[in-house]
Design a protein around this ligand. Structure first.
Ligand code: BES
Ligand code: MN
Ligand code: ZN
Length: 495
């Protein structure tokens, strides 16, 4: 992140070089410092001429202001006070970065008309938003074209209690790095990031004090992980199960567990996807990426909680040795599964990862994340992840954390009528439930591998990849889940 954007905090005052940004709402006009900057009344005039409303995100860009050493002054609308919640401040930061992309130096005067000073955490949130927007996946671009991000930007935030704002931002830097990491893991093409390489990336968390253990094929065979291994058997690249432990809480305190689907590429296997549906399937690691990114954020801020992450990394390929529709596999839980569709592979991977998690790590709660079904995209679109849970408390904690971070989740139903859909004639269950309610029958399948643990499943197929650009993300991979999980731990599982 630091090579894209460096952030410093300073006292409120008039910027003297580069691009300056001043904020104003719909009714209150320019704040004190902005007025002082506006010696020739050029800003006031531009605001009038442009019919600038001060509504959220509206801008007037005054370039080369006369009699000023500044390159430009950007007036940015903040909307009314109710629009300036936590996410609103982040959005402003992202919008500033995007509007002034190309400027080497940006000075933001975080001051509003009226005498109430802006909270330092809001100022820090603005910087976080800019940092998240500054992400760019361009390591494979060799030519200097538009898609390649410009040089590094030096961002100065001028605000009240700037030392406090700086401290608040320092606590957010690990979070930004976690989001960057998750985006990278999803954006990377599958030829560069197979199961082994993905596991190696996760192993780097050990530099933050996370204990990382990697299980190979032999160990998984011994544990009886026939469901996960059945998916992996069509690939020449062997699978990995990665276990990450962050012990920041009391010794003996049962951990919060995060489990992620890490299918580095999903061809569908023998139930092969058509080309147009396969294009995006390097992103099928979205769940695992969110888990690794969240573990990064949690460890970087030395969270006082015990958190474990378990990810199943496999590749779902078409091959002479790939599993066939109708194959019956035995999972680690000893339940048997008739694999009627080899493209419903994520649930097979998660079944064994979740069983391992419960048996070996005894979590107090378990949350799995997966780009599991196309059906959840049909149901909820791209702005809510599907939430399924056997526990109302955990579900409301996730909904609340989702609203705070704007990584929103929407609760979906579970129930015996849906569970019935995956009964099989030939085995304990089958891995598909038919045309209707596909995201629900997938969740029912997962629930058959949950014992008494409070559990939640987040289907992030619509939110993790192929993401629409937002004020805080220009990336195909959104990094969805990192901020949500970090917040959940912070609000409910840390003392
Ligand atoms: N990885 C896909 C789900 C997916 C689809 C993620 C589109 C992101 C975008 C998953 O493994 C899958 O193929 N699911 C099937 C399940 C079906 C065979 C029951 C699906 O959704 O079509
Ligand atoms: Mn699939
Ligand atoms: Zn998949």
């Amino acid at each position: 992140m630091k090579d894209r954007l460096s952030v410093r905090f300073a006292a409120i005052g008039a910027p003297r070089e580069g691009a300056a940004v001043v904020l104003t709402g719909p009714e209150n006009g320019l704040a004190k410092t902005a007025k002082a900057l506006d010696k020739g009344q050029q800003l006031e005039r531009a605001i009038r001429v442009a019919d600038f409303s001060g509504k959220f995100g509206a801008t007037v860009d005054v370039v080369a202001p006369a009699g000023s050493p500044l390159d430009r002054i950007l007036v940015l609308g903040t909307g009314g006070p109710d629009e300036l919640d936590e996410y609103g401040w982040m959005r402003l930061g992202g919008a500033i970065y995007a509007a002034l992309r190309g400027a080497a130096r940006i000075d933001v005067v975080v001051e509003l008309a009226g005498d109430k000073a802006v909270d330092p955490r809001s100022a820090a949130g603005l910087a976080l938003g800019a940092a998240l927007r500054a992400y760019s996946f361009d390591r494979y671009k060799t030519r200097d074209d538009k898609a390649r991000a410009g040089g590094p930007v030096a961002l100065t935030i001028r605000c009240a209690r700037h030392a406090a704002a700086e401290k608040a931002f320092e606590a957010m830097e690990g979070l930004a790095a976690g989001v960057y990491l998750a985006r990278d893991l999803v954006n990377e093409p599958a030829n560069m990031l197979g199961p082994v390489e993905f596991a190696q990336r996760a192993e780097r968390l050990s530099s933050l004090g996370v204990k990382v253990e990697v299980l190979g094929e032999k160990e998984m065979r011994k544990l009886g992980m026939g469901a996960l291994l059945g998916v992996a058997q069509g690939s020449v690249r062997p699978p990995r199960l990665v276990v990450m432990r962050w012990n920041g809480g009391r010794a003996g305190d049962r951990p919060v567990a995060l489990v992620g689907k890490g299918v580095v590429f999903d061809t569908g296997g023998n139930s092969m996807k058509p080309a147009s549906s396969m294009e995006d399937m390097r992103g099928d690691v979205g769940g695992a990426a969110a888990v690794v990114g969240a573990m990064h954020a949690i460890a970087a801020r030395k969270a006082k909680a015990n958190v474990v992450g378990v990810i199943g990394c496999v590749e779902n390929m078409v091959d002479a040795n790939a599993q066939r529709p109708g194959d019956i596999v035995t999972s680690m839980s000893r339940q048997t599964i008739e694999v009627l569709n080899t493209d419903a592979e994520g649930r097979l991977v998660l079944a064994d990862a979740m069983t391992y998690c419960q048996q070996k790590l005894q979590p107090k709660v378990m949350i799995d994340l997966a780009t599991l079904t196309g059906a959840i995209i049909v149901a909820l679109g791209q702005h809510h992840a599907g939430l399924f849970s056997n526990d109302d408390t955990l579900a409301s904690q996730l909904i609340e954390a989702g609203n705070e971070t704007h990584e929103k989740v929407w609760r979906m139903p579970l129930g015996p009528e849906y569970d019935k859909l995956i009964d099989s004639k030939n085995a304990d269950m089958k891995n598909i439930g038919g045309r209707y309610g596909g995201a629900i029958s997938a969740a029912q399948f997962l629930q058959r591998f949950v014992k008494d643990t409070p559990w939640a499943h987040l289907d992030i197929a619509g939110t993790a990849m192929n993401a629409p650009n937002s004020d805080i993300s220009p990336s195909w991979a959104s990094g969805f889940g990192v901020r949500l999980l970090d917040r959940l731990v912070r609000d409910h599982y840390e003392k």
